[in-house]
Design a protein around this ligand. Structure first.
Ligand SMILES: Cc1cc2nc3c(=O)[nH]c(=O)nc-3n(C[C@H](O)[C@H](O)[C@H](O)COP(=O)(O)OP(=O)(O)OC[C@H]3O[C@@H](n4cnc5c(N)ncnc54)[C@H](O)[C@@H]3O)c2cc1C
Length: 446
């Protein structure tokens, strides 16, 4: 008798979910999602990993998945606490002999799997490639070769056929447990994270909401328009719903599969023709793919101040500068607008992220990891591999052959906000005249 525990993480969907397909090949099935208490505790960068924007999106995604599984006679068990403890308890209590999950790219999750393997030597643990375009066995490069940069990876990956997405399984095995007991939300989830009233903004990620159904609708609408054909011309704009696909939150929770998105793009190209823009969109999906495998190759180095490059960096944190940057009160109106949009909506364009990150590293001269941690807390589309990989890149400790990026804020303002509309919308008040109110040379006062 095969009793499988399917540990859901960033694969919150039924469609094209190879991990679910694999888990479904058993006699009885227990589907579990662990809400990790550590996400809500301040960590070494003095802030928690999970902010309210992402938490709301996650809750909606779990609600949708739970409804879909119920229709198929299954249940989604949501466990609150420390995943290793929750999983150990469930495996022991329900005589689980196989654990299936999607491949984990973050080192914390990998440590949970290692611990389970040590605790239950007879447990069959299967990691399935359910969140990437390619399976690990198809990868065109070894982990060591990945460290050479994105371009060699892209050139080889472009030659590979993207595996076709699979349909949802027709039926699922019987549930290990018949009834679900609804757990009260634990007190360690901040009260201020309660679900907000529906967003007034008609076109925003929060208005569409998390979950597979919402993600599929959004994907369909984007590719029913002709926006993909002009993506390259507008993708660097700072604001505006239509300037990029806004697929990232659904991709990162796995409400949409990357293969489904790639297939939809390829169908779009068959109907409307392929051009520089549609190719660029695929190129961006490849960046996402690349960062996942790079994170796996790096392990804990992803979070090290010297990054992959092993370049010595200064590790300073200036509390006043940090606060001003986080809340959009710096002397640079463009950076303020970016940071306030991020805090208010959980989303920031790619260009906005680059400008804000470059300011943190270059103008403020601080340890890039504090900036990455603030993004992690705020972003609705946070992904461990993509966020920390992009921060390394900007800080000059990643795979950038140019050794880091310094964006000239004045030039960026002239290029991307020539009429001041973006600044007027997000940070209309006068910026702080000075960066530091305390001159380091005068301190401490005797
Ligand atoms: C400092 C910094 C931090 C970032 N943190 C994250 C993060 O935590 N999560 C995240 O999904 N993206 C992150 N990005 C990448 C990028 O900014 C977002 O993916 C993008 O803005 C999401 O909007 P979109 O879906 O409309 O993107 P589109 O422009 O429509 O691109 C389509 C998809 O391609 C992928 N993609 C686009 N740009 C990148 C990129 N630079 N690197 C890797 N993949 C990319 C995303 O999956 C995106 O959804 C970060 C970028 C920077 C500079």
């Amino acid at each position: 008798m095969l009793t499988t525990l399917y540990w859901l993480t960033q694969d919150l969907r039924i469609d094209d979910n190879p991990a679910l397909m694999r888990a479904a090949q058993s006699d009885a099935l227990l589907c579990v999602f662990c809400v990790n208490q550590r996400w809500f505790n301040p960590h070494r960068y003095h802030i928690s990993s999970m902010g309210s924007h992402r938490w709301h999106f996650l809750q909606q995604s779990l609600d949708t998945l739970s409804d879909t599984l119920e229709v198929q006679g299954q249940h989604l068990y949501i466990e609150y606490g420390y995943p290793e403890q929750q999983l150990i308890g469930l495996i022991a209590r329900h005589k689980i002999n196989r654990l299936v999950c999607s491949r984990q790219f973050g080192s914390d999750e990998r440590k949970v799997l290692k611990l389970l393997a040590e605790r239950f030597p007879k447990l069959d643990i299967e990691e399935v490639d359910a969140t990437t375009l390619y399976d690990q066995t198809q990868l065109p490069m070894t982990p060591l070769q990945l460290l050479k940069g994105f371009t060699p990876f892209r050139k080889q990956a472009e030659q590979l056929p993207v595996p076709p997405p699979a349909q949802a399984p027709m039926s699922l095995p019987r549930p290990v447990l018949r009834a679900v007991s609804i757990q009260a939300t634990p007190e360690w989830i901040p009260g201020s994270y309660r679900r907000p009233a529906a967003s007034q903004a008609q076109r925003s990620i929060a208005a569409i909401g998390g979950g597979e159904r919402a993600g599929k609708d959004h994907l369909r609408r984007y590719f029913e328009s002709t926006l993909p054909s002009s993506y390259k011309q507008v993708r660097d704009q700072l604001d505006g719903w239509e300037n990029s696909s806004k697929l990232s939150p659904w991709l990162n929770f796995g409400c949409l599969s990357l293969r489904r998105v790639a297939q939809t793009l390829s169908q779009y190209e068959k109907t409307h023709g392929s051009n520089e823009s549609t190719q660029w969109l695929f190129f961006e999906l490849l960046w996402r793919e690349y960062y996942q495998w790079l994170a796996l190759a790096q392990g804990d180095k992803l979070y090290s101040i010297k990054g992959i490059s092993n370049k010595p960096q200064h590790g300073c944190l200036h509390p006043e500068r940090y606060q001003k940057w986080c809340h959009g009160n710096t002397p640079w109106p463009l950076v303020n607008a970016c940071m306030r949009q991020l805090k208010e909506t959980g989303y920031l364009s790619n260009r906005g992220r680059q400008i804000a990150a470059s300011c943190f590293v270059n103008e403020l001269g601080m340890d890039w990891r504090y900036g990455a941690a603030w993004f992690e807390h705020q972003l609705i589309d946070y992904d461990v591999a993509v966020n920390w990989g992009n921060w390394q890149y900007i800080a000059g400790v990643g795979v950038d052959p140019r050794g880091g990026r310094h964006f000239d804020i004045e030039k960026q303002t002239a290029l991307y906000d020539p009429h001041g509309t973006y600044i007027e919308r997000w940070a209309p008040d006068a910026p702080e005249p000075v960066l530091d109110s305390v001159d380091a040379a005068d301190w401490p006062i005797a």
